[in-house]
Ligand binder design. Structure first.
Ligand code: FEO
Ligand code: CA
Ligand code: CA
Ligand code: CA
Length: 602
């Protein structure tokens, strides 16, 4: 972008009204079209989608998964330093599933309460990530490049390596990987991150729900996340005892951990690196970035010879925001995933005076060690704390380490974004109805926060590796008249052009406009979930897009020229997007373009 930041980030469209329609609403002069709905064949024998949802598990392994979430568009010439906007790889997450919609008549159980194996196979395959090679035709329409070697499905059963400090730790030993270096699958992939070297990181968010532990005293690395005695989809009940489904039962059954799956859940909760340009590459779980309910990750701009810095939120009530700073310096010529394997993980403390501190979670950090020693033998939350074995144990129990460090419990940190013009870091705090008056603080100032807010900060001396920062609140969600006040001045007062609640997805486009997506109450006055655009320089915020009924709007990216925008619709209701009699709802990507082929949002 050229100079004049507020020009480049000015909003040039008329806000759309709230909507209850079962269709997408975009401003006058724009067109929206559904693309890559759940079940679209992208690999192998390209099995056609069956409208009655009767495709098999094997078919689903070759089709786009369900519940689209975070995504990124990689220009096809990315590796050569190019920025083609007419062809690329669209990589997207499939967070979870709607079991009723995935099968013709929902999930079924047999008389002994087991589940038909192919149903479970299909559910596992509808999770994970899709890599889709797409290209515009002469008329500007986007299509899949059929037969492209880049098209790929990664599922809840794809083999992956564990990397970083937790690799090989005995608490990751399983029957599948006795030495704790590998696992199968990535699950509940919410938001994502783009690395400076052009790979995709997918986040494992609510992974705890996939496992069942029937033992009376589950270990702290499970209890702190809420692993229970029953799993969300009962995959461990697949008939036939196939090892790939048995592993979801993490109740200890054998003498030793190398003979059962008691540690399987310890191989989830990470950021997972996928190289979309190397289709045969194995995904890599990057444990140095911590283990928690990762929503996504956002990288700070890189500089030659400086560390790589990235931020990740833990989306659960009263959880934290983290920052990773690599030990090794970034050099464009040699940068790759190894940079994410050694470094310091910090957690944020937001002080009442608008300053903040990054607290290291490292056994070689004296301040952290002092707190660990003080906590020894005490109750930390529900955990009787008896120390950490080593740094791998700290990372495996990242939430517990952050509790001990004295981090600030936040109102459900979801996506982050870095302003390309100013370097300020923004995070959505989606809501937290459980916060009491006694628990209110300056960064989370609302009791029973149902509508959420967006916080932002600048790092000390504009050095992303700094251990202190200055923060303020960018905007509060809410009804008409909700004010955001800075230094006694009302900087935003919401109107019917921009009321919203529960900000979740967040992305700066390549010109520096901020896109805010919602996943909240779809009752009046907000109606269906939406996406707004913001000018960060002026806090002018306008509703740009409203999703269909029942959905959340999550995942947004554009082509480098910002003329094609991709927006994901997750868990739509009824017969969206095609509206044919008897259709199952299908998550899909929506392509938004300007009818005059201009820049989206300008
Ligand atoms: Fe998957 Fe926190 O949203
Ligand atoms: Ca979601
Ligand atoms: Ca989310
Ligand atoms: Ca959410």
């Amino acid at each position: 972008p050229d100079g004049g930041m507020s020009n480049a980030t000015e909003l040039g469209f008329e806000a759309v009204a709230v909507s209850t329609a079962n269709s997408v609403v975009v401003p006058t002069g724009y067109t929206a079209k559904a693309f890559l709905p759940w079940g679209t064949p992208i690999t192998g024998s390209y099995p056609a989608f069956r409208a009655d949802a009767s495709n098999s598990g094997a078919d689903q392994e070759q089709q786009v998964g369900m519940h689209h979430d975070g995504m990124h568009f990689f220009p096809i010439d990315f590796k050569a330093g190019g920025s083609r906007s007419d062809e690329g790889l669209l990589v997207m997450n499939h967070e979870y599933i709607n079991q009723s919609a995935l099968h013709p008549d929902g999930p079924t159980y047999t008389s002994n309460s087991m589940r038909p194996t192919d149903e479970v196979r299909k559910e596992v395959a509808a999770h994970g990530v899709s890599v889709v090679h797409i290209k515009q035709d002469g008329a500007g329409n986007w299509d899949i490049v059929f037969g492209s070697p880049f098209n790929r499905r990664i599922t809840g059963n794809t083999e992956m390596d564990i990397r970083g400090p937790v690799r090989g730790y005995q608490k990751l030993s399983t029957r599948f990987s006795k030495d704790g270096t590998q696992t199968r699958g990535t699950l509940n992939n919410c938001s994502m991150g783009l690395t400076p070297w052009g790979t995709y990181l997918t986040a494992e968010e609510n992974w705890h729900g996939y496992f069942a532990n029937g033992s009376a005293t589950p270990p702290r690395e499970q209890t702190r996340h809420g692993v229970g005695s029953a799993s969300r989809y009962d995959w461990e009940l697949a008939e036939g005892g196939d090892d790939q489904y048995v592993r979801f039962n993490i109740t200890p059954t054998a003498e030793s951990a190398v003979d059962d799956y008691r540690n399987e859940a310890n191989t989830f909760g990470y950021m997972v690196e996928i190289d979309p340009f190397t289709p045969e590459s194995k995904p890599q779980k990057r444990t140095a970035l911590g283990r928690f309910g990762h929503e996504g990750v956002i990288f700070a701009p890189v500089e030659e010879g400086k560390p790589v810095v990235c931020y990740s939120g833990d989306d659960s009530r009263f959880e934290y925001i983290y920052k990773f700073v690599s030990s090794r310096p970034y050099y464009a010529a040699t940068a790759s995933g190894y940079l994410l394997d050694e470094g310091t993980l910090y957690v944020a403390r937001f002080n009442e005076d608008g300053s903040g501190d990054w607290l290291a979670l490292a056994l070689d950090d004296p301040a952290f060690m002092a707190r660990v020693e003080a906590a020894q033998g005490t109750m930390v939350g529900d955990v009787q704390f008896e120390g950490f074995e080593n740094q791998a144990d700290v990372l495996l129990n990242t939430r517990l380490a952050a509790d001990i460090a004295g981090a600030t419990p936040m109102d459900r940190p979801e996506w982050g974004a870095v302003d390309p013009n100013t370097g300020e870091v923004y995070f959505t705090l989606t809501n937290n109805s459980n916060r009491t008056e006694e628990q209110v603080d300056a960064a989370n100032p609302q009791a029973e926060n149902r509508t959420g807010h967006i916080i932002r900060w600048s790092e000390g001396s504009s050095d992303f590796a700094a251990t202190s920062f200055q923060w303020d609140i960018f905007v509060f969600g809410g009804t008409q008249g909700t004010e955001t006040v800075v230094d006694g001045e009302v900087v935003v007062s919401l109107t019917d052009e921009n009321i919203f609640n529960s900000p979740d997805g967040l992305w700066f486009d390549y010109n520096g406009r901020l896109w805010i997506q919602t996943d909240g109450s779809d009752a009046p006055p907000y109606q269906n979930n939406m996406m707004l655009a913001a000018n960060p320089a002026t806090r002018d915020i306008r509703r740009f897009f409203v999703g269909p009924q029942g959905c959340e709007v999550t995942g947004v990216v554009t082509t480098p020229d910002v003329k094609t925008m991709f927006v994901n619709i997750q868990h739509p209701a009824k017969d969206w997007p095609f509206g044919n009699e008897g259709d199952h709802p299908r998550d899909a990507t929506v392509i938004v373009t300007r009818n005059d082929n201009g820049v989206v949002g300008a």
